[in-house]
Ligand binder design. Sequence first.
Ligand code: ADP
Ligand code: MG
Ligand code: MG
Length: 898
Amino acid sequence: EKRVYFFGNGKAEGNAKMKELLGGKGANLAEMTNLGVPVPPGFTIATKVCGEYYKSGGKWPKGLAEEVAANLAKLEKAMGMRLGDPERPLLVSVRSGAASSMPGMMDTVLNLGLNDDVIEGIIRKTGNPRFAWDIYRRFIDMFGDVVMGCDHEYFEEKIHAAKKKAGVEVDSELSAEQLHAVVEEYKKVYKQHVGKMFPQDGMDQLKHAIDAVFGSWNGARAVRYRELNKITGLLGTAVNVQAMVFGNMGEDCGTGVCFTRNPSTGQKEFYGEFLMNAQGEDVVAGIRTPIELSKLNKVMPKAYKELTRLMTRLEKHYKDMQDMEFTIQEKKLYILQTRTGKRTAPAAVRIAVDMVNERLIPKKDAVMRVTPDQLDQLLHPHFDAKAKRDVIASGLPASPGAAVGQVVFTADTAEEWRDKGKKVILVRKETSPEDIGGMDAAEGILTAFGGMTSHAAVVARGMGKCCVAGVAGLNIDYVTKKFTTGKVTVKEGDWISLDGSKGEVIKGQVPTVEPELSGEFGKFMKICDQIRTLGIRTNADTPADSKRARDFGAEGIGLTRTEHMFFEGDRIWPVRQMILAADDYAAMLTNLDMAENDKARKAVEKEYSVAKKQFEGALKQLLPLQRGDFEGIFTAMAGLPVTVRLLDPPLHEFLPQDAASQAEMARRLGVKPKVVQEKVASLHEFNPMLGHRGCRLSITYPAIARMQGRAIIEAALNVKKKGKKVLPEIMIPLVGTVAELKIVKDDIVDEINAVFKERKAKIPYMVGTMIEVPRAALTADEIATEAQFFSFGTNDLTQMTMGFSRDDAGKFLGEYVRKGIYKDDPFQKLDQTGVGKLVEMGTKLGRKVRKNLKVGICGEHGGEPSSIEFCHRVGMNYVSCSPFRVPIARLAAAQAAV
Ligand code: ADP
Ligand code: MG
Ligand code: MG
């Protein structure tokens, strides 16, 4: 069984398709080797070995040691060097790399193979003792920290002291002798904390380093990162052992990170940073502030030209924006890593659109390049341009967006405060992988050091979080929990705002405004529309909402809730009057029916006519108001279908619950307070969600449904008269049996026919139902004989199918999700196995009877990507969601169609 894969001499045993086995880094190192890109040779221990290692409790599987030895020999031969040979010493890096990229989350050891003899050899050969001592001190530090668990801080103290003593600012200013002294100090630190001398045997070093990389897979950082990013099902990390190249041999050397396009804006330009005379991690760690990539053209034009040529080539090859690491050793360029670059939401959209225009990728690939979450970020607010800004500092615009929050200085505090419901800004000198929990908890991140590719910047962009980095003059004091910029002092808990697009730090809370959606965003949405087959409608109750949704691309309204209109302004009063009279009216009607003789009838007739007058009077007041609402919505949506749902909630929701408001109601409607109190008491229900609501109201008070039906059709006729097209769809809620549906529908149709007669005009319309009672889904074939369309009301359907009260389940649902009983909150993501079965079955049964039955979904799930994918799969005609989710639904529907 093969466990180790070689790359070098222009040929590799692996390739880019083998990510799962070789990890992203290993697979791409192999691919680049095969492409002839200058990559230092090496070999990759497969990810599955990491799994074997854990299974056996940290032992190497049989045969691995031999395979590693054989590949090392091959590497030595390719390089013409040997591990531990002072004359021609091979030095290697030992690098982690899983199938999905987890930047900085696992361990890497550089310069492995150094010992006291090898150092002497290197000094003799290179004549560069400064370089030799520099890599040795780096190696002892990294090996001690990463492999042996001797904290980096202990080493850092020593080099800090050395710099202070020498009176220099940065590491690279230390002389050879000074660095040599640092190495001796480091060895002491190592001995003190590890309890052994620093190992001199290369094979011994290598074995320990490989173990450490395996170990880092289950380190706290890596585990947390996988949790946050929902990365599951991986075999483990691969281990890449690769010949070292050196960016720190002198002024004709350097190292850097580059992107084939700008990861912040998406603009097509070479982008990146580098440091001269530096090694690997110096750029990301934010120790020195790096130089912009374009400046490399001045310092080393040949290497720059070669680098940009390779960038273009690799982007064309991978057909996506690449994030690359490079090192220049004595003017010669090496590529050490390439991967798909993480990008901000605006960059993702722009790159997708540009790459379609450049004919680099087809449209169906483009829609997969932007996640629904990224699109969501674009729909989020930014700072009001007119608002006053008290800018107290500025730095690099590391990750765009607007963040407002209270200042905290540690990742832990950020998490604690977030859990208490506070909005926080995490302020750090620089961030490290340990901080990601706190970065996730924060609204935005502010750092004093580090460049555009520093840890803080890269992680923030990946999270879609606003970040301002490298703010010069930002003095942070972790002890007193304060920072100062110039004359301003900001304490823990103070409010600040960050503008991640401009790199500004602003005192106080800057107001935000809604985003505008045009340009690249609009072009991207058009591409989505060309790919998707599912229709996208919106849930809107007002003309303003309808218009906004239309601007967002909604193709109709899937749900207009009429009850919201009942609360608007003063109209609650006729609604309340109607409710007060409704029961009397119904009771009198029954009494009248049941009266045994004329005398008895006469006795109730008077009371009946009073109640009737009250009730119908209230409905008469409501009719023009509702008609006006519908006219507004129909006008806003002219030409597109509009589904109007009849009154749904239990009537008690319209009555005041506290004594003072009840007294006020009694006064306004001219009845005794007791009458109101009794009415409220009589409408009380133990399970209002399973109570007298939905079509059940229309069964007992048909006049309400008739009034609504009339208002809808009169409004439609009025709008049509103005030359606009109207497509009304009347939706009857909470139907459980076809008989119930038929009674309500017949009433409405009867009323509508009356309207047509009065107006001497007609208009096409539909009557359909919401499928939200499980029985309706189970008998959908019967229901479909009366319903001209179905709309799955999955909020109620979930509630009733699972027996979870929507309003109370929050108390225990979290535990259900944590214990894995349900993978997700079923009210957020449609439970496809259970509730989904009813949806699928209802759709099929309905279409069996009515071939062209229009089927849609309304409710929260209509805007949730995994649920949308499900709706696409079961063949729905459309999903309907809130206006702000419409663009996300358009994208999710396109992705479902790919
Ligand atoms: P990470 O996944 O955290 O980026 P890497 O394995 O990519 O870790 O390595 C960390 C740093 O060390 C990077 O800057 C990388 O370019 C550098 N590096 C890794 N291997 C070598 C090598 N063989 N020669 C020179 N630099 C290297
Ligand atoms: Mg890397
Ligand atoms: Mg419902």
